[in-house]
Design a protein around this ligand. Structure first.
Ligand code: 5GP
Length: 202
């Protein structure tokens, strides 16, 4: 079959639960998550090449110069970016690729791939978001404050996304996103190549 996989962009404030959602979504074998490069230091338990490609600022800037990134942005004093080739290879193989990225990067992807599916995940309230960041125990209070003010800057970008999911319950948020992906996969525009090759069949 000639059907390309979907590019699915998931954004939302840090602590909105999008990482947990993505981990559940990739239990479905038709979807793969893109591993980003970042200059952020690894958190406890994070593994290079699995959670991120952890890179120095110099190495990251070299990736930018070599045009290896589909998009990149600075987020709370660090660079984050999506390696381009993996995205292209995955969708060409017919699998969906999930990009869990912040809003500036998402807008860059929209310029290049307007047909991608854009999903914004928000927490039920900012107080809940603050509590989740504190409970996670991965950041200092200073960093949490930075991420909360960044969350307020990110929220107005919801308008740029096709779908919005409120994550007040992880299982229902995952179900909503699976429903979105299933509907998007059935869009007639995704079947162009398949129909064309059927027409050519003898
Ligand atoms: P964290 O430091 O919590 O892992 O990620 C911080 C933010 O960077 C999150 O909003 C996450 O979605 C975003 N992010 C992760 N990878 C990328 C990427 O490749 N590109 C962009 N633009 N943002 C990313």
């Amino acid at each position: 079959m000639n059907k390309e996989g979907l590019k699915i962009v998931i954004s939302g404030p840090s602590g909105s639960g999008k990482g947990t959602i993505v981990n559940k979504l990739i239990e479905n074998e038709n979807s793969i998550v893109s591993i980003s490069a970042t200059t952020r230091k690894p958190r406890v338990g994070e593994v290079d090449g699995k959670h991120y490609f952890f890179r120095s600022k110099e190495d990251f800037e070299e990736m930018i110069r070599n045009n290896e990134l589909l998009e990149y942005a600075r987020f709370c004093d660090n660079y984050y970016g999506t390696p381009k080739k993996f995205v292209e290879d995955t969708t060409a193989s017919g699998k969906n690729i999930i990009l869990e990225i912040e809003v500036e990067g998402a807008l860059q992807v929209k310029e290049i791939y307007p047909e991608a599916v854009f999903i914004f995940v928000i927490p039920p309230s900012l107080e809940e978001l603050r509590q989740r960041l504190i409970d996670r125990q991965t950041e200092t209070i200073d960093v949490i404050d930075k991420r909360l003010s960044r969350a307020k800057e990110e929220l107005p970008y919801y308008k740029e996304y096709d779908y919005l999911v409120v994550n007040d319950d992880i299982d229902s948020a995952v179900t909503s996103i699976e429903n979105i992906i299933n509907c998007e996969m059935q869009k007639s525009s995704n079947f162009k190549k398949q129909i064309e090759s059927m027409i050519k069949e003898r």
